[in-house]
Design a protein around this ligand. Sequence first.
Ligand SMILES: Nc1ncnc2c1ncn2[C@@H]1O[C@H](COP(=O)(O)OP(=O)(O)OP(=O)(O)O)[C@@H](O)[C@H]1O
Length: 575
Amino acid sequence: MKPKILIIDDEENIRFGFEMILADQGYDVMTAIDYDSALKIISDKELDLIISDIILGSHSGIDFLHEIKTRKLHCPVIMITGEPNIQTSTDAVRLGAFDYIPKPIRKETLLRITSHGLQHKKLLDTKIQMEEDNLRIRHNMEAIFRSLKDGVVTVDKALRVIEANEAVKDLCRFPVKDITGKNFGEIQTRCSRSCINVLKKTLKTQKTINEFRIECRHPDKPGQIVLLTGSPLRHNDIKSLGAVLVVRDITRLTNLERELKERNQFHRIIGKSHRMQKIYALLENLSDTDSTVLITGKTGTGKELIADAIHHNSTRKGKPFVKVNCSALSENLLESELFGHVKGAFTGAVKNREGRFQMADQGTLFLDEIGDVSPLIQLKLLRVIQEKEIERVGDSTPMKIDVRVIAATNCNLKEKIKTGAFREDLYYRIKVVDIPVPSLSERREDIPLLINHFLGIFNTRFKKQINGLSNEVVTAFMNYPWPGNIRELEHTMEHGFVLCQGQTMLFDHLPVEIKEYSGTQKPVCSGKKSVNKDDILNALEKAYWNKSQAARLLGIGRRTIYRKIKEYKILDPTK
Ligand SMILES: Nc1ncnc2c1ncn2[C@@H]1O[C@H](COP(=O)(O)OP(=O)(O)OP(=O)(O)O)[C@@H](O)[C@H]1O
């Protein structure tokens, strides 16, 4: 586009002469004879340069400059005069004239000042454009700053708050205008203020501090987790101006993450209840330790399964996992079973025999029912755990072994310590880590998950396709106290699988105790206390003294029923 130039002069030869010269240079030239016609042109056109005489009939060129200024036109004006004087020249300069030139004006002078004037206009245009751009950017930035959900605080080098957005108010609970200009470190708040360190560190290192995750510990917003980012504010990438802190609330995200992490299963253990999550977390922590573990809980709660998970989740997983049921054997047999014996150690010891400790070397030994071992075995176990060496029966030479011991019991060892039946020193040796396993009645929310688990297992085992349980069965399961815990649930499902020929397990397919309980709402034996002598006798009678079947009816293990029969001195009338 051709630059537009306006020439204002009442002398026709000047107007005509300038127009000829400038048009010849390719400029778009307009002329005005007086003030009024000049005003008309500047109202209609956008000009790049004005060359104006200082005397314009009834008005002066100075009045014209005034008008240009009032209208905020960014067009350089060159004043020309036939009668130069100090007053008009100072007025012209004061009112922003670009140049002030006395007549006569030679062609070269006209071309030179025109070229200067147009260059100045270009610079002015660029400057105005930049200012407009800056303003636009600033407005955009302010809109972004205001609409951000993340809290943003900028501070200067002395940690004084330059600006903070509205989100800071919600996140940090302090009014934004109250903090502007104040030292960020000295603002009184009720939170833990860990963010100050991020800002201080950013200012000190002049480096971005990324993703610093903290809990705000705010009394009004407990559990608020935020991600902090500190970045240096620099001018031209060199001069430090301060720092900016971005606070992102990730509480919801963290909670979702936590929920996702909650597992339905750990190794072969099924359960999603809070109690089981705690156990899973403990098992995970145990994976890289070699600590002795004591698992306590009622019969059938899954103690053996937990021991198995500990071993298979540990560095010993490729090595043997050996189990011993301490209640099943007499003292002598258990001693030889645990520590082994040499040929001739006792009558019948016809050859050397490896004990379970030796078999478990490098691996894990699971001592089930530890509460039932005799004082002699307790002493020997204490020595093995302390010295990490065994003495075989009939041999006094100690043998080094490397075994992790996991013990389990369903009896109250503390009570046994009180009555002198269990050594306190052994108790503390094995209870380095204690895992109390909840009864099924304490985690009923796991029942549906366990039902599904056993449906899968038994469908495969029985080659059936039972899709689910009737509502009545589910209700009965949810209400039943499950004294035999998960083992009893497992056996109940197995019972149902045997009887069920369709696709849904019905109430009729359930064992009598559950049906009876459902009818009377009275437990066969209370979920809180363990099976008593009457329960055992009832079950044995119902099962025609078949101990495995009686154990099944009670939902306890075979080993447990044998132990109970021994404990209650129950005699079998069929023998
Ligand atoms: N959380 C569980 N998920 C799946 N199956 C389980 C769970 N807990 C126990 N079981 C099953 O229940 C039965 C009994 O479990 P386990 O033998 O581990 O119990 P226990 O507490 O050691 O019993 P006891 O004290 O009578 O020896 C097993 O068949 C086991 O697989």
